[in-house]
Ligand binder design. Structure first.
Ligand SMILES: NC(=O)c1ccc[n+]([C@@H]2O[C@H](COP(=O)([O-])OP(=O)(O)OC[C@H]3O[C@@H](n4cnc5c(N)ncnc54)[C@H](OP(=O)(O)O)[C@@H]3O)[C@@H](O)[C@H]2O)c1
Length: 211
């Protein structure tokens, strides 16, 4: 698929690399496409680079991997995303990572959907740390990747992209379920940072045998 990854930080660069390795046509949408370090990083991944608008225009799937406060600017730069799958990885974290700026009655994903009119938003890749996206295998176990959205076809695309990274996708329901997925990220962050677990841990799901 043609994938635009907006944001080339911890999350964007790892996901983009994994998808390029899986054979997808990845273009990073960045603010400074003339930056030589960024260009070299993209080239090493066999990915392309462009402005946010250029990357989004040619993509079937647009991945939002920017800080929460940058979302309005990034979406404005992306232009018209109507009809595209919009993969939302963001968490609306407070500055000190102790809480969420919004939640319970809405979610970052729902706010993204309001701004990106007509885009098929799927909330995914937000509930675990970037190191687990780089390596979602714990021994024989593939980590679950929970996702939520309102468009069945877009959710199929997002689930396949999670598989391509090495996750086991888990459908949590409509986009409003992002209200559950975003606080879940805070549990991971709290354990990782405040409880000093570091990043080599993850949530797993287990079913009773035979069920
Ligand atoms: N880090 C994690 O483990 C993790 C896990 C799950 C979800 N998340 C969520 O994923 C999102 C990205 O996190 P991250 O850790 O990857 O952040 P990050 O490392 O700080 O990278 C953010 C990227 O966004 C770009 N960016 C910032 N403002 C932009 C704008 N207006 N337009 C286009 N690009 C812009 C930055 O580019 P510049 O170089 O131009 O600033 C940078 O490449 C956040 O919402 C975060 O909460 C993070």
């Amino acid at each position: 698929m043609k994938i635009a990854v907006i944001g080339m930080g911890n999350v964007g660069s790892i996901l983009g690399r994994r998808w390029a390795e899986a054979g997808h046509e990845v273009t990073f949408g960045v603010r400074e496409k003339s930056d030589t370090k960024t260009q070299a990083e993209a080239k090493a991944m066999k990915a392309s680079i462009g402005t946010v608008a250029e990357a989004a225009a040619k993509a079937q799937v647009v991945v939002l991997a920017v800080p929460w406060k940058a979302v309005p600017e990034a979406l404005a730069a992306a232009g018209n995303l109507s009809g595209k799958v919009l993969v939302d990885c963001t968490n609306p974290l407070t500055q000190d990572l102790s809480g969420l700026e919004i939640g319970t009655t809405t979610s970052a994903a729902e706010e993204v959907a309001k701004k990106a009119k007509g885009a098929k938003v799927v909330k995914i890749f937000n509930t675990t740390g970037a190191p687990n996206m780089a390596n979602p295998k714990y021994g024989a176990v593939s980590l679950p990747m929970l996702y939520a959205g309102d468009d069945a076809d877009a959710k199929k695309v997002a689930a396949q992209l999670a598989k391509d990274v090495g996750f086991e996708p888990v459908d949590v329901g409509p986009l409003t379920a992002a209200r559950l997925l975003e606080p879940m990220a805070l549990i991971w962050i709290t354990l990782a940072i405040r409880q000093k677990w570091g990043t080599d841990f993850a949530f797993n799901l287990i079913k009773r045998p035979g069920k």
